[in-house]
Design a protein around this ligand. Structure first.
Ligand code: ATP
Length: 947
């Protein structure tokens, strides 16, 4: 029995019910050997991690390296080549094993190089995806060594104290030892659709899983409240682990683009194999096949043609380009969880964003306070408590007003879960920025200490976007331990629960006029872009220690605060960039309509004259009215999370590709429903991060635009290398096909060669190796030539290889083949043009021309319509790749050893010039084509999409 199993047995023995739900809290804590005050010691936790293993559901085994290597040789075309090598060796052996079997060796080297390249590309792509997965990995909060720590969920161990709050994804099974209104969504585990309330009370040992209300389970989510649980089971030992079948190791489903490209590869493959068969048969018919080795050569030509012409490098290059793209996005704070989102991002036509923190900085400062006796300002900015209350620019001295302001801020600081104070001589604030701002404002008045000493919290219900309220129950230690409920929240919601107001130390009934007056004051603050919040309280006649909603009625209104949260500087540009790129921006916020409207106007999200649609409006709309509102309005305020889902659905029904941001647990359905769910890396809950396709590491709206720009850029790069690889392959196929068909015309059959082919198998394979690799990859990372954000979004249904590209590929292929065959004929005896060279010289010239033509084609392929000379030197990698390919070709033509291996011969300078001149026709013809396309847009009905 392994040590791990022994430990498991030991724990099982101390916790017979396997999780401790039928035990008392103290019993479970001692069984798990953990102190509830401090949690585990860090050292103990690491030791337990070794003993129990990581808190993960086991995935199936990773593919071993040898299998990946083998997979490179499993391509039917490569297998065909391997057979060809065997045949070639056999023929060589049958003919007396004379000399070195160069052809077989060259082909073998090329096959191995190709496989190596494939492996390198694959590992590069895998590494990028793995790095992203680490970045998007879930985290949990635990108490260790008396401190709150955020750790990767995989490092949570049995005995850890899990600190749970709204929006957390529970990552292990835990027995609760504290629960404050904790509610948990357990549907993934038990199928129960409603959140379950959790307590810490001990249960009977026969309690079924769904009724174990003192436990939280891995795979579930906290919908509200807070709690602490001691972890009893992790990883595969958890309830989820028991029901989980082995997970497949993140075998990412293919993206639509990958599927399209696979299909292209397949169709081309079949076409090319047919052509290869026709070419081989023609050679056999037209040549005088006299020996077995000739026959082998013909077969090799057929096989090589198939191998070279099928763009088998495409999927690998595509995977690398996508992977490098997502890596670049991650460097710019956009963590994309799935490769397919890259494509969707490039097509986004609407971006729905919340306001607070995404479009604004989430740096809150209380600016104004309005109470019954007047309205004051508070100076200072940021979270340092430097500032004071002022009235008309002067320091506030009015004792009555000052007392009221203190009560508003004091109440706001009691119903508050943020923390502030001094630590090691440094001022600090922690928690929700809105709440922190109130603490800071109170500290500016120097009132925080006395308030904190006087009141003791008995219970609290944290703020939720649904209720838009937060309440706490406080015991007043200076007034006979009297209990109060203190509530802060959205003014419109809170006022509805107030019946009285505190004015100059007296509680008076709220008249309708006074309500209207308060509302007007709040609206004034909101229209100045301030975030508004009201504070109220009520003494409780009976000592009560738990908040329930009935306590939040009949409240006494204290006053309201106005908090500034400036728009992000970069958001304004991002919004206008989105509009220029044909992307609509929509603000969906829980905030006040006037605040939202003002910020939206400042940022240019909506035109000044457009009205704001509120959650109440949405509730009153009929479905067609709602659809219309979504179509015509860009600011939605005071909405609840479920409205987001409806907005996404309406936008999608209109044919939009929708990106939607969200941070709370209740945003998860909308994030899932959107084409691109965007979660907040800093303020977002774990649940929202799980539901999203993309995480913004900096919570910044501008980052979404950066991701869209990258997505579009990646798409243009893909088009570039597709254009390049397909047209280059077409050039090879045409050369071989027309060379063989026209062998008589070109004089190949009479030139003293054995078989009538323009290029040998090794030539084709060499070209394939040179061009499929470095230049194609360099094009895959080519920076976009034109402004990708100046065009409308691409429709998801648009084919990537459209008609224009198809025609371009055929044209370039035809020009390339013509140049290659012309080089052959202009160098060799016989044929249309008389020359003195032999067949080896002719083939060397053709071979070289085709290589150089492909290098010219690499530059042409950088744009479908723009001249290749535009931004000619921006892609250093491409120049490097071209230089390398050229150098290798020079080596193949000039070095005696490679001459033997490739059956080539050195060319004279005029011959090199001839080859280069002929090859450049690819560039020239393409430039003419592009000029026609640019000047005569009617050649194609539609304007060029993003490319
Ligand atoms: P967004 O949806 O853009 O992130 P938001 O954060 O303003 O916007 P909510 O968090 O739903 O949206 O806030 C709605 C309203 O609730 C605010 O306008 C404010 O009046 C009130 N509010 C916000 N935070 C708190 C809080 N911590 N306690 C009490 N009331 C709050």
């Amino acid at each position: 029995m392994s040590q791990r199993d022994e430990v498991k047995m030991a724990v099982a023995a101390t916790l017979p019910s396997e999780s401790g739900f039928d035990r008392s809290v103290s019993n479970v804590l001692s069984a798990m050997e953990v102190d509830p005050e401090t949690g585990l010691a860090e050292g103990d936790a690491s030791e337990r991690l070794v003993r129990f293993g990581p808190n993960e559901l086991e995935a199936s085994e990773a593919e071993p390296a040898w299998r990946k290597v083998l997979a490179q040789f499993q391509d039917p075309l490569v297998l065909l080549l391997l057979v060809a090598i065997a045949i070639s060796l056999l023929a060589w052996a049958l003919e007396g094993a004379d000399g070195t079997p160069f052809e077989a060796i060259v082909i073998a080297v090329i096959v191995v190089l190709n496989a190596g390249l494939g492996l390198w590309q694959e590992s590069r792509a895998e590494a990028a995806v793995a790095a992203l997965q680490r970045m998007a990995a879930p985290h949990a909060h635990v108490l260790r060594d008396g401190q709150r720590h955020e750790v990767p969920s995989s490092e949570v161990v049995p005995g850890d104290l899990l600190l749970l709050s709204e929006g957390d994804a529970v990552c292990a099974d835990a027995r609760l030892i504290e629960s404050t209104s904790l509610r948990v969504a357990e549907a993934p585990l038990t199928g129960e659709s409603q959140p379950v309330s959790k307590t810490i009370a001990q249960l009977g040992s026969a309690t079924a899983l769904g009724d174990r209300t003192n436990m939280v389970f891995s795979g579930t989510a906290i919908t509200s409240g807070t709690g602490v649980g001691v972890v009893t089971r992790t990883g595969m030992d958890s309830e989820l682990g028991r029901i989980a079948t082995l997970l497949d190791r993140t075998e990412d489903a293919k993206t639509p683009l990958q599927t399209e490209i696979d299909l292209v590869g397949k169709v081309l493959g079949i076409a090319v194999i047919v052509i290869a068969v026709v070419v081989s048969a023609t050679i056999i018919l037209t040549s005088e096949i006299s020996s077995g080795s000739d026959l082998v050569e013909v077969l090799l030509v057929g096989v090589s043609l198939a191998v070279a012409a099928v763009p088998e490098g495409l999927p690998a290059v595509l995977a690398v380009v996508l992977a490098l793209g997502v890596q670049r996005m991650a460097d710019k704070n956009a963590i994309v969880k799935k490769l397919s989102s890259v494509e969707t991002l490039g097509s986004a036509s609407v971006i729905c964003s919340d306001k607070t923190g995404t479009l604004t900085r989430n740096e809150m400062t209380v600016r104004s306070v309005i109470s019954a006796s007047g309205s004051i300002d508070i100076s200072g900015s940021g979270y340092l408590p430097d500032g004071e209350a002022t009235l008309d620019g002067e320091r506030l001295t009015d004792a009555v007003l000052l007392e009221e302001v203190r009560m508003v801020l004091g109440g706001g600081s009691l119903a508050n879960n943020a923390h502030s104070g001094e630590r090691d001589g440094e001022w600090f604030v922690e928690g929700d920025p809105t709440e922190a701002a109130i603490l800071v404002a109170e500290a500016k008045l120097g009132a925080a200490g006395a308030r904190a000493a006087r009141f003791e919290r008995l219970d609290a219900v944290p703020f939720t976007s649904e209720r838009k309220l937060m309440s706490s129950i406080e015991q007043d230690n200076e007034d006979h331990a009297r209990h109060y409920v203190v509530t802060k929240g959205a003014p419109d919601v809170l006022l509805g629960r107030c019946t009285h107001e505190r004015s100059a130390g007296v509680v008076v009934a709220l008249s309708n006029d006074r309500r209207a007056q308060i509302g007007a004051g709040v609206d004034l603050m909101a229209s100045n872009a301030l975030r508004t919040l009201a504070v109220a309280y009520r003494p409780l006649d009976d000592p009560t220690t738990a908040v329930d909603e009935t306590l939040e009625d009949g409240l006494i209104y204290l006053g309201s605060v106005g908090i500034i949260d400036p728009p992000r500087d970069e958001a304004r540009n991002a919004v206008s960039e989105a509009h220029a790129a044909g992307i609509r921006t929509v603000m969906i916020t829980g905030d006040h309509p006037l605040t939202a409207g003002t910020i939206a106007k400042q940022l240019g999200v909506a035109p000044p004259e457009q009205s704001v649609v509120t959650g109440t409006d949405i509730e009153s709309f009929t479905e067609p009215e709602f659809r219309e509102a979504v179509r015509t309005h860009s600011v939605f305020a005071r909405v609840a999370p479920e409205h987001k889902l409806r907005i996404v659905a309406a936008l999608k029904a209109d044919g939009n590709v929708v990106a939607m941001t969200g941070d709370g647990v209740n945003d998860a359905p909308a994030l899932k429903a959107a084409d691109i769910g965007v979660a907040m890396g800093i303020t977002g809950t774990e649940v929202s991060k799980e539901a999203a396709n993309m995480i913004l590491a900096d919570d910044n709206f501008a980052t979404i635009l950066t991701a869209v720009r990258e997505g579009r850029g990646i798409f243009t790069s893909i088009r570039k290398f597709l254009r390049y690889l397909l047209s280059s392959n077409m050039g090879e196929v045409f050369t071989m096909f027309f060379g063989v068909i026209g062998a008589g015309l070109l004089g190949i059959d009479t030139a003293g060669g054995t078989i009538a082919v323009p290029l040998l198998a090794t030539h084709i394979l060499w070209i394939n190796l040179l061009t499929d690799a470095a230049p194609a990859l360099a094009l895959g990372v080519d920076p976009p030539m034109e402004d990708v954000m100046a065009q409308p979004p691409r429709r998801l249904t648009d084919r990537i290889i459209d008609r224009e590209m198809q025609l371009g590929v055929v044209l370039t292929g035809a020009v390339m083949a013509t140049a290659t065959l012309a080089a052959l004929d202009l160098t060799m005896t016989g044929g249309i043009f008389e020359a003195s060279g032999g067949v080896v010289e002719g083939r060397t010239a053709a071979f070289t021309t085709l290589v150089i033509a492909q290098l010219f084609n690499a530059f042409s392929s950088r744009s479908g319509r723009n001249s290749a000379f535009r931004h000619l030197f921006t892609n250093k990698l491409l120049w490097g790749a071209v230089a390398l390919s050229l150098l290798l070709q020079v080596a193949v033509v000039t070095t005696p050893f490679l001459n033997t291996a490739f059956d080539t011969t050195p060319l004279s300078v005029p011959q090199w010039l001839l080859c280069t001149a002929l090859a450049s026709s690819v560039l020239i013809v393409d430039e003419v084509k592009k000029l026609i396309l640019r000047t005569n847009t009617s050649v194609l009905a539609s304007p060029e999409p993003v490319r």
